[in-house]
Design a protein around this ligand. Structure first.
Ligand SMILES: Cc1cc2nc3c(=O)[nH]c(=O)nc-3n(C[C@H](O)[C@H](O)[C@H](O)COP(=O)(O)OP(=O)(O)OC[C@H]3O[C@@H](n4cnc5c(N)ncnc54)[C@H](O)[C@@H]3O)c2cc1C
Length: 324
């Protein structure tokens, strides 16, 4: 008679999991950027794929710390089932750098005041503060699922975003091949927020400082994208970018008008797999949602880029906290 021995059930390692971490140090890089370096033994297994890899940062509950935060793969469902007053707040951020040999992870926070819990936490972060990172596990075959920069083989890359996208753009620039060509256009709150960044010689990096406290997001980024497109791209459908229609978004006021009608319904995120096309440009856009969706519309509708060559990500939305 044959007897069978029960095989152990081997479950695939989850691509993302929670890492207990604490602040090793916090460095003010500029008036509106603080780099928080997280440490902790668990971070030796933190994913190193880089580029624009996103993570969730879970902040301590004012009374209960992390006592109620669910462990395990199913943490999100379990978190949703908690009473609202027991839930930890979490927000989405980008891995700026990983040093597995030191079990360290850097996250660069754009500070925007105390209205947002993440910004308020980062402004006061100090060595020893605890936090949970939901991030990639280096040992998982799917460790790159949180990466949206997927250009395929193209001739030119356009990276454009505001200060919340600056960490992703800087991380992407550091990993581009030496012969890459294109531009990185990064809008920041002030001249003092320009950060040091390494980029291939063929990639023009422009930091675009807004004009002051009353300035609006997009006021420098939108004209800079239009200017770069007029100079650099070859439209794929016969449109001439330097001859864009009069209603193309040239200013934030025009963007606002164009977006106001459908801002609530407009899609905020689309990350196509870039197609490998000779002569093509791949555009990666991230930042305040209305600015980014309007830029994408400009690139696709007016500048003639193939929509499958444009990744756009609404990283945050004016007047709204991040959805949870
Ligand atoms: C994939 C991804 C990656 C991201 N990476 C980073 C990153 O590396 N660094 C980073 O700083 N941000 C990053 N962001 C943006 C960040 O998640 C949002 O700015 C988030 O809303 C901040 O949370 P909060 O608790 O401070 O504010 P919330 O509680 O979410 O919002 C409170 C209020 O502040 C406003 N607000 C939010 N962010 C800003 C801002 N930057 N400037 C002005 N007003 C704002 C909101 O509209 C709202 O009115 C990323 C977002 C995504 C989706």
């Amino acid at each position: 008679m044959l007897t069978s021995v029960a095989e152990p059930i081997v479950r695939p390692r989850p691509a993302y999991r929670s890492f207990r971490a604490e602040v090793a140090r916090a460095e003010r890089l500029s008036p509106h950027f603080v780099r928080v370096t997280f440490g902790g033994a668990e971070l030796v297994d933190f994913g190193t794929a880089g580029l624009d890899q996103r993570v969730k940062l879970v902040f301590p509950h004012a009374e209960h710390g992390f006592a109620d935060f669910p462990d395990g793969d199913d943490w999100y469902r379990a978190w949703r089932e908690l009473p609202a007053e027991r839930r930890n707040v979490f927000r989405t951020y980008t891995v700026r750098a990983v040093r597995p040999e030191l079990a360290e992870v850097d996250v660069d926070f754009a500070l925007h005041g105390d209205l947002g819990p993440a910004s308020a936490w980062a402004a006061r972060a100090a060595a020893g503060d605890e936090l949970i990172i939901i991030g990639p596990d280096e040992r998982s075959p799917e460790r790159t699922i949180g990466i949206d920069f997927r250009p395929g083989a193209v001739d030119t890359v356009l990276l454009a975003g505001d200060e919340t996208a600056a960490p992703a753009i800087c991380a992407i620039l550091a990993q581009l091949p030496a012969d890459a060509a294109g531009a990185a256009l990064i809008e920041v709150p002030s001249d003092a927020d320009v950060l040091p960044v390494a980029a291939p010689a063929g990639v023009e990096v422009r930091w675009l400082a807004r004009s002051g406290a009353d300035a609006v997001h997009g006021e420098r980024l939108v004209p800079a994208v239009r200017d770069w497109v007029a100079r650099a791209t070859t439209p794929t459908d016969g449109a001439d970018a330097s001859d864009a229609p009069e209603d193309a978004p040239a200013s934030v006021a025009a963007l606002d008008a164009a977006e106001a009608a459908d801002a609530d319904d407009a899609p905020l995120w689309d990350v196509p797999e870039g197609r490998s096309l000779d002569g093509a440009c791949y555009a990666w856009l991230a930042g305040e949602a209305s600015v980014i969706t309007a830029l994408r519309r400009f690139l696709v509708r007016d500048a003639g880029l193939d929509r499958r060559q444009v990744a756009f990500m609404g990283y945050w939305r004016r007047g709204r906290a991040e959805l949870e």
